[in-house]
Write a protein that binds this ligand. Structure first.
Ligand code: TRP
Length: 456
């Protein structure tokens, strides 16, 4: 079963290709665009602290579990979960984890692609020189102009979905492997340059203070839930993306070390991006840290428009944002595509057209939520806000909790730890303890408190 599945989907050529692909999945809009803005909305420092705790105590152990389950099952998440549940004497219904994951992946792709489209748009804005010498206010107005134009947003969204399907149709190994190997180092280099620029010309002290002084007054239970959810979102956990990638991993590679590497880079990029953006926000009049989803698209263009050679940098930067998003979006449909191929004998093209098509249609809702449907809200939340909250803050942590429970309680301990392929006994014990107790209790607890504080 395992071997024929490996032939059906292909495998990574080495442990490092897996690490790069998983880092490519993890590092994306979540790090560059979303983390800074939700940190900004939740008052900065305290949010960052909770986020880091969630990554370490919950994210890393659950990620190890996902890779372990994927490699052991060797199939798409739905079939992997069913197979491993049967093997462990558990109920077949555990495959629901894979099902929910597949649906959540398509839901996330539907809005992810719209935002990635904004990055595509800004490649053109930068190249065309429209933002040369722009002030904070000019930039904010230009961005508002983009959001008010549903046709343009639809066109960009369409291009990005096609790009995503294009790679997944070609198979993960070649398209994705090559892309991440070239682009991840470049992205990293640019972030360093940007950070140095921020330190030099932005208000670095204010940026540092905002990100790392732990004032708890800005933080609510909803903020804590968002921090937890974002830890899952940023590491690509809870929907089977990493499980699917684990299925294509070499049998003998140690999982713990690989996961720590991936989580380290993912967190580093988020923190660097946050620092760079807030240093600039506090240096440019007319910009506020709690601008929400528009934060990155308002601040960075001002900086690029005002530094010498900045427009070229701007083009490169937004190309790399788009590429980082691209290497992430692929992992949002790969699990579903793999399942359609395995179980329903789809070929890669039709599987992509089906899932990509659904995400494309749903994306229309996100596009309109920034303009024509702006006033159709639930509480204060637009269609996009609801979708984002439902997927990132609710569904990812919940499926993540079930993954932890499955690996920690349903599977036998010897099976789970042996499948991990790491040998350090203390670290294995630590992992198992975090997975069994800390992760489910933390996730469950945050949910209960969140509900409780809402109801009263
Ligand atoms: N991790 C990506 C980011 O930070 C987004 C992403 C890709 C994702 N695949 C995922 C999120 C799977 C959740 C689940 O931008």
């Amino acid at each position: 079963m395992n071997d024929s599945n490996r032939r059906l989907h292909g495998t990574w050529s080495s442990r490092w290709t897996f690490i790069l692909a998983a880092t490519g999945s993890a590092v994306g809009l979540g790090n560059i665009w979303k983390f800074p803005y939700i940190a900004g909305e939740n008052g900065g420092g305290a949010f960052v602290l909770i986020y880091l705790v969630c990554i370490l105590l919950v994210g890393v152990p659950v990620m190890m579990a996902e890779v372990m389950l994927g490699r052991k099952g060797g199939m798409s998440p739905i079939n992997t979960m069913r197979h491993l549940a049967e093997e462990a004497g558990g109920h077949r219904a555990w495959s629901a984890v894979g099902w929910v994951g597949m649906v959540v992946g398509v839901l996330i792709l539907s809005y992810y692609s719209v935002i990635a489209g904004w990055a595509l748009h800004y490649i053109g804005e930068m190249a065309g020189g429209a933002l040369q010498g722009a002030s904070g206010r000019d930039s904010a107005m230009r961005f508002a102009g983009l959001l008010a134009d549903p046709k343009r947003l639809m066109a960009l969204h369409t291009v990005f979905i096609l790009l995503t399907m294009g790679v997944v149709i070609g198979g993960v190994t070649h398209g994705l492997g090559v892309a991440v190997r070239t682009m991840m180092p470049l992205l990293f280099l640019l972030l360093v340059v940007l950070l140095l620029y921020g330190a030099d010309s932005g208000n670095f002290a204010a940026g540092l203070d905002f990100m790392f002084s732990f004032r708890f007054d800005g933080l609510t239970w909803k903020g804590v839930l968002e921090a937890l959810g974002h830890a899952f979102f940023s590491l690509s956990l809870g929907m089977g993306a990493i499980m699917a990638y684990g299925a294509y991993m070499p049998e003998d590679a140690p999982i713990g070390k690989s996961v720590v590497t991936i989580a380290f880079f993912d967190t580093l990029v988020a923190l660097m991006m946050g620092l760079a953006i807030f240093s600039m926000v506090f240096a440019v009049p007319g910009l506020a840290p709690d601008a929400g989803p528009s934060l990155m698209f308002q601040t960075l263009p001002v900086v690029f428009g005002n530094m010498s050679g900045g427009l070229l940098f701007g083009v490169l930067f937004f190309m790399l944002v788009a590429l980082a998003a691209w290497s992430s979006s692929i992992s949002l449909i790969e699990p579903g595509v793999a399942w359609l191929i395995e179980t329903h004998r789809f070929n890669r093209i039709t599987a992509n057209l089906l899932l990509g098509g659904i995400a494309w249609v749903l994306g229309i809702g996100t596009v309109l939520s920034f303009n024509l449907w702006q006033d159709y809200t639930l509480g204060d939340s637009t269609f996009f806000d609801v979708l984002d909250f439902l997927t990132a803050s609710i569904l990812l942590p919940l499926t993540g909790m079930f993954i932890a429970i499955f690996a920690g309680w349903v599977m036998r301990k010897e099976v789970a730890t042996a499948a991990l392929g790491d040998r350090a006994p203390r670290l294995l014990a630590l992992w198992y303890w975090l997975l069994r107790y800390v992760a489910p209790v933390a996730i469950g607890g945050i949910f209960l408190f969140g509900l409780y504080s809402k109801l009263i």
